[in-house]
Design a protein around this ligand. Structure first.
Ligand code: SF4
Length: 621
């Protein structure tokens, strides 16, 4: 490609897992390229990790790490130690393999604005200055597209935009991704960040990006779909309906193939290549607490099995040519995959004689109860399934609207395990109305269920745009009191029965994990590994590798982990924000710590604010 004539660059920003690239940009590039535009992907997430680590060589592609998972765990600890050391040069910075923490709260526009100018606290300023100088200036792209999928991406994304404005002033800046789709209303209502973007691309990125390319590159005056424009080109797009989505739905089969040509798989922190693909977007469920169905375009849409097989073949050819070996492990970055597509895909993988292993996210569905169906999935490459279990209590499941009335969770998990698949379950604690007894029963259920290999525990949130949040607008039967979301908040500040339920339920969740890990050391061991490696380890060592490698991990290490967990729980219970030792904690506890720490502080402040108001009101009466 003649890079000097690039139309756009597509950029993923820190922080997400450095173990593999994301699927979004290769799919977008595939679509934009087939429409005749010239585009290039930069995964600045992995570039940032390597920049922070000064390109240290961890010998990460050595096969010994796959053969001995305990040494892999040691390697990740070593990388995290090096990251901690690199962070010490910046005020209030914390980076590990899963999360980033700044001295500033990424959720609020005012804080983001401060963060993008504070070079003592924000390494992204220096990183992006260098990146733009070496990689972007000579390309002089007309459009710079920045994906903001997680809250952890926010400060990096706006720092990048700020640097692009200074160094490439003629480039049009486009923001897209889940966070933008969920928070564009707040971005429009406030002027803080407006100077840092030209277009917002909402919901599925393909159609809006195509229209923006046509507008900027070809000077088209056609109306743009699902785009918010700053009117910098005397746009006439003033008719955007802020409450709805324009022009229906993007058909996933319109993309001939995703384009991974720009991805350097050698750069990722994993001994093997882990390839992200998509079988579907959206979800056909409507769980009360979940905003996923509203984050994508209308409806649940799937890519055809024929196209999925083509995607696998193309990637295997590409990696064989580029790296001298075929990529064989795929992760479907779906919100939910349907049983029908998975069965058909497995059948086609077998019939095509492909060496392709994969993992994905699934709902509890009736066909998964049958052993022969799960054996078909295993033979057709499935090595790990991530199940939305939430709880085993029928009443709580009904309240959540999980729609699993006629399904036996036991049968599903047992059939999957027996077939050789690693079962990862999502547990959600603290849904309103859930009792202590129901939570205790859940600990016993999980600890006694051999077919559960690993779990993650999330605590109840009122999520922006979830069915529950919409119904709260007209009062509610849950006794929930919520504040309207501000800025980049996607979880509402709430109290339940007037108390800080979040703080309480996070404490329950820690205790829950401790109880499970005490009873199930194999779950404890598997939970220490980054999620991305668990499926590949299943392929190499079968789905019982947690038990197999327990003895190599050593009793002493296990004791340390349990002690660290207990110590953490004590500190958490007695302080709102104290510094805590997080190494040696199981992943679900660490993850929930970072996910909720800002929320818990915000809720405490909200309660204090409410009390002050009530006292003042009482005084004035
Ligand atoms: S929780 Fe899972 S099944 Fe329910 S709506 Fe969300 S993605 Fe779908």
């Amino acid at each position: 490609m003649d890079e000097a004539s690039l139309d756009s660059v597509l950029l993923t920003v820190p922080l997400s897992s450095p173990l593999h690239p994301k699927a979004s940009m290769p799919f977008l590039k595939g679509y934009i390229t087939q429409k005749g535009f010239r585009s290039k992907i930069f995964d600045t997430n992995i570039l940032f990790f390597n920049w922070m680590l000064k390109d240290q060589d961890f010998d990460i592609h050595n096969k010994k790490y796959i053969d001995n998972p305990v040494s892999l765990l040691g390697l990740y600890n070593q990388i995290e130690d090096s990251l901690t050391e690199a962070c010490s040069a910046y005020r209030g910075l914390g980076v590990d393999l899963r999360t980033i923490n700044f001295a500033y709260n990424r959720t609020y526009f005012k804080e983001v604005i401060k963060a993008i100018k504070d070079a003592d606290a924000n390494p992204m300023i220096k990183f992006y200055n260098e990146f733009i100088e070496t990689e972007l200036l000579h390309l002089n792209p007309k459009i710079v597209c920045i994906g903001v999928t997680f809250q952890d991406n926010i400060i990096a994304a706006f720092t990048l935009a700020d640097r692009v404005r200074e160094k490439l002033p003629s480039a049009k800046i486009v923001f897209g991704g889940q966070i933008i789709t969920r928070c564009y209303d707040k971005m429009l209502a406030d002027s803080f960040l407006k100077h840092l973007w030209d277009y917002l691309a909402l919901w599925d990125g393909e159609l809006p990006l195509l229209d923006i390319h046509n507008r900027v590159v070809n000077s088209s005056r056609e109306p743009m779909r699902n785009v918010i424009s700053q009117n910098t080109d005397n746009d006439t797009d003033n008719g955007f309906d802020l409450t709805g989505r324009q022009h229906g739905v993007f058909d996933l089969n319109e993309t001939i193939r995703p384009d991974f040509d720009d991805i350097d798989f050698d750069a990722y922190f994993f001994p093997e290549m882990l390839i992200p693909l998509q079988t579907a977007r959206g979800c056909y469920g409507s769980c009360e607490f979940c905003a996923i169905p509203s984050g994508s375009n209308f409806g649940f849409r799937e890519r055809s099995v024929e196209k999925l097989i083509d995607d696998i073949k193309y990637i295997q050819e590409l990696t064989q040519k580029k790296y001298g070996k075929k990529a064989t492990y795929f992760k479907f970055m779906d919100d939910t995959s349907s049983p029908r597509t998975l069965f058909s895909l497995a059948q086609q993988i077998i019939e095509n004689g492909l060496d392709a292993k994969w993992e994905t996210y699934v709902r509890m569905e009736t066909p998964f109860q049958e052993l022969e169906n799960m054996e078909l999935l295993f033979q057709g490459g499935c090595r790990k399934l991530m199940w939305g279990l939430e709880t085993n209590d029928p009443q709580v499941l009904k309240n959540m609207n999980k729609k699993v009335k006629h399904i036996s969770t036991n049968k599903v998990l047992d059939a999957s395990y027996e077939a050789g698949i690693l079962n990862f379950v999502f547990v959600l604690l603290g849904f309103p109305g859930e009792t202590d007894e129901q939570r205790t029963n859940l600990v016993d259920f999980i600890a006694g269920k051999e077919s559960i290999n690993v779990l993650t525990v999330a605590t109840f949130d009122v999520t922006k745009h979830s069915p529950m949040q919409s119904s709260l607008m007209d009062g509610n039967t849950w006794n929930l009191d919520c504040e309207m979301p501000k800025d980049f908040e996607v979880r509402l500040i709430y109290t339940l029965d007037g108390e800080n339920w979040k703080k309480k339920i996070v404490s329950y969740a820690q205790k829950f994990m401790l109880d499970v890990t005490k009873k199930r050391p194999d779950i404890a061991l598997v939970s220490l590994f980054p999620d991305q490696v668990r499926g590949i380890l299943t392929e190499k060592h079968n789905n019982k590798w947690g038990e197999t490698f327990l003895k190599d991990f050593g009793e002493e290490n296990l004791k340390k982990m349990l002690q660290a967990t207990e110590g953490y729980i004590d500190i958490f219970a007695n302080s709102e924000s104290g510094e805590m030792e997080l190494s040696y904690l199981p992943d679900p506890i660490k993850r929930e710590h970072f996910r909720t720490k800002d929320d818990i502080q915000a809720i405490s402040k909200a309660i204090a604010r409410r009390r002050r108001y009530e006292i003042k009101r009482g005084d004035s009466i």
